[in-house]
Write a protein that binds this ligand. Structure first.
Ligand code: SF4
Length: 407
């Protein structure tokens, strides 16, 4: 998996949910002209190409440049005073930016919002976390023109090939392409997945923690886990991990917890060739105390905690008691910046996808987000955070694989 040493983020709809304050400022400007207000949904559809275009798209057809100029002046005066009344970072973004800083990743922000407002917002919400902020400036063409991206790369001292561009709109995806950068389209912002794909998004990202895998060097994470008493091993490929686990299980009775990661690795079949292995997904009784218990985790925090959500709880129970050794096998997609983000990942990525896989009638199966439901079909019955290995297990090890595995 390719890893980058720098990130360029879009601002509105990517780092910050600015819709409420943008809509408020547009409506103040429209009211000054005696015009009716627009909704936040209309603001969402019209934002992304600079404030002047947002205003032009909100005025009646043929309103003319003079009306646009007057509206723009009122907008700016109002927005200066109400820049962060309702604006907030998206959940998981501050933790992601802190993790990137701790990993030594250079971060720039590039916005089509005018420069002073962009800089004030970054200083207010992310002090010390962003190296460079560039907003819309006179004489510099707006995104999707690549000029500002190239300026940012030069200021950061980075190459296009080592930098990932992250944004929420088609304009962002085009900007990355025009500047020769790989792109990641985030789905929590102002545009749909379809728009991002149509405009060439390299990958789609549903939660900020999913970006970590493109920046973290997994082999550097050992201390976070061994410092808490876990064993830790890292393999670049799934095949290397399977070979390692075959050695671990040789001559032992092995049991599996329910896991799409283990399914994807083909580990059950690989172990059956060499010894005794038990998995309820293959019709065996659930493993409660095999000599070696293999499972995955819903999230691994860079701070060293292991997070799992469980329904029947056989997997959670067996990961904490009864076996001589427990191995959590995880792809790099399971990494999260800290414990809070790890729990959020488990609830908003892993659990909804499992609910969908199992055909459950839960709210998360419909929209992919946890609503802490009271559904009788709820699959989240226990949330287990291993802060350190259980004393009931002799050896607990994190086996991290440099590929995307499970969810
Ligand atoms: S609590 Fe309910 S809505 Fe939330 S992830 Fe679990 S099943 Fe889905």
């Amino acid at each position: 998996m390719k890893r980058y040493s720098a990130a360029i983020f879009d601002l509105d709809g990517t780092l910050l949910d600015t819709l409420g304050d943008l809509c408020g400022a547009v409506n103040t400007a429209l009211a000054a002209q005696g015009l009716p207000p627009i909704t936040e949904e209309q603001t969402r559809e019209r934002v992304g190409n600079g404030i002047r275009n947002l205003i032009l798209r909100s005025l009646p057809e043929g309103a003319g440049d003079a009306a646009a100029d007057q509206c723009l002046a009122v907008f700016r005066a109002h927005y200066e005073q109400h820049l962060h009344d309702r604006t907030r970072p998206y959940e998981g973004i501050p933790a992601l930016l802190r993790a990137l800083r701790e990993q030594g990743i250079k971060v720039a922000v590039l916005s089509n919002k005018y420069d002073p407002a962009s800089k004030r917002l970054i200083a207010h919400f992310f002090p010390g976390l962003v190296s460079l902020t560039l907003g819309e400036r006179p004489g510099v063409p707006r995104k999707p023109d690549p000029t500002a991206v190239l300026e940012a790369l030069e200021a950061l001292g980075e190459q296009a090939s080592d930098t990932l561009y992250i944004g929420d709109s088609g304009v962002d995806m085009q900007t990355a392409k025009n500047a020769g950068l790989d792109s990641a389209g985030v789905t929590w912002g102002f545009r749909s997945r379809e728009v991002l794909v149509k405009n060439g998004a390299g990958v789609l990202i549903d939660h900020p923690s999913q970006l970590l895998r493109y920046f973290v060097q997994p082999e550097t994470l050992a201390d976070a886990f061994t410092g808490r008493g876990f064993g830790f091993s890292y393999f670049q490929t799934a095949k290397e991990a399977v070979d390692y686990l075959k050695g671990v299980c040789r001559g032992k009775q092995a049991g599996f917890g329910g896991s799409m990661t283990l399914e994807g690795l083909g580990l059950y079949d690989a172990l059956r060739e060499g010894g005794e292995v038990q998995w309820h997904w293959r019709g065996d009784a659930p493993s409660t105390a095999p000599e070696v218990f293999l499972t995955s985790a819903n999230a691994l925090a860079l701070t060293g905690e292991v997070v799992n959500i469980d329904g029947n709880c056989n997997r959670a129970a067996a990961s904490m008691y009864g076996s001589e050794a427990v191995y959590f096998v995880c792809g790099v997609n399971k990494l999260a910046p800290n414990l809070t983000s790890a729990v959020s990942r488990a609830r908003n990525i892993a659990a909804p996808r499992n609910a969908q896989r199992l055909g459950k009638h839960t709210p998360c199966a419909a929209d992919g987000k946890c609503h802490d439901c009271r559904s009788p079909e709820r699959i989240c019955r226990a949330l287990v955070v291993l802060l350190a290995p259980s004393n009931g297990v002799k050896h607990t090890e994190i086996v991290l694989v440099g590929e995307e595995l499970g969810y």
